[in-house]
Design a protein around this ligand. Sequence first.
Ligand code: DGL
Length: 280
Amino acid sequence: MSGTVLSQKPGPIGVFDSGYGGLTILRHMRKVMPEYDFLYFGDNARTPYGTRSFQVVYEYTLQCVTRLFEMGCHLVILACNTASAKALRTIQQCDLPRLDANRRVLGIIRPTVESLGEMTVSRHIGLLATPGTVKSLSYPLEIGKLFPDITVTSESCPIWVPLVETGNFMSDGADFFIRRHVESLLAKDPMIDTILLGCTHYPLLYDKIRKYVPENVTIVSQGRYVASSLRDYLNRHPEMDARCTRAGTCRYYTTESQDTFLPNASVFLEGKIEADTVTL
Ligand code: DGL
């Protein structure tokens, strides 16, 4: 940490992702909690995280979380499954006490898992995620704790995040990689009736994924479940709620150049935004 004294004034809710993916979560948060202020932070310059080691994902995530604290956030949501799987616990247990024990960092795996129990009839779920999230076993372990009767089958999709980050997610070439992983997942367990998109970038690929998934299989995106869980968290934690400002604003920051970030982010958000570059 740079040694900056953290402000105790209330501030926006920080939403972090390795790149554009967290925007799919932020959209739902702003819909459910329009009165709150948000600060989005995409580490686009170092994306993807999904193919990196535990240590690297942890170090990158900690740097970004620290910066969000310095920018005035008291509550930071890791809107990234890879960071939630690989960095959340260490940051909560080892870094928060040192940085500021009153600030909070929350992930998105637990709230997603909590919503899954009701969705599957066959009790066979398929997980599409980054290699990092799959390798961490976070989803099967969390699902096993809450719903021991559910079988989870995973498929890692290393190329999908780069397809989104480079703006190639609507291309014909994208179909090749999407079909390959969807078919591989379904071949591993034909009883799957629910597929979880366990990476915040993947909702952008939804239309293409849908083409290769049979109609009777439900595809689940996390955004609305994470958003309602955040709303619920703030209701249960009035002391944190009081430290979140409410003027309905959203500011965007990226570690990439604005010229690269803005056109892509505007597509995902279906509207014009402004963004600033942050140097870590
Ligand atoms: N969006 C991130 C997630 O939910 C992954 C991105 C990456 O590989 O950088 O896992």
